[in-house]
Design a protein. Sequence first.
Length: 143
Amino acid sequence: MLLPCALQVLLAALDFWVVKNVSGRILVGLRWWNEINDEGESVWKFECLDGESLARMNKKDSWLFWWTLYLTAGAWIILGIFSLIRLQADYLLVIGVCLSLSIANIVGFTKCNKDAKKNIQDWTTNALLSGSVRSHLQSAFGV
């Protein structure tokens, strides 16, 4: 009984790592991690592909990634409810670990996605206000 539980937690940890470091980078162009700085504070780090690479991403792959991320957590919640009903504490512990890993990926990728959108908006704003667009605006208004 202990071996299947340990194997399940090991596979869930492997899934967490693959989704966080491989699938997220390939399917949506995002990667995240969390570091502890010298003051002992948790600092989120985000990595995103450039705007041109993100534009070439397959929208169906992105859709599949996000839906799978949320459906996995939903499946663990349903399994947790069944474990509660059947009073299976050992499975409930495994489900708790797996659910926490799924939620960590959801939170990490959601924050990373918001940061990537903000960076793209900032880059677009800076590009519009610099260079030729800026000179055209200045000449148009006689500034």
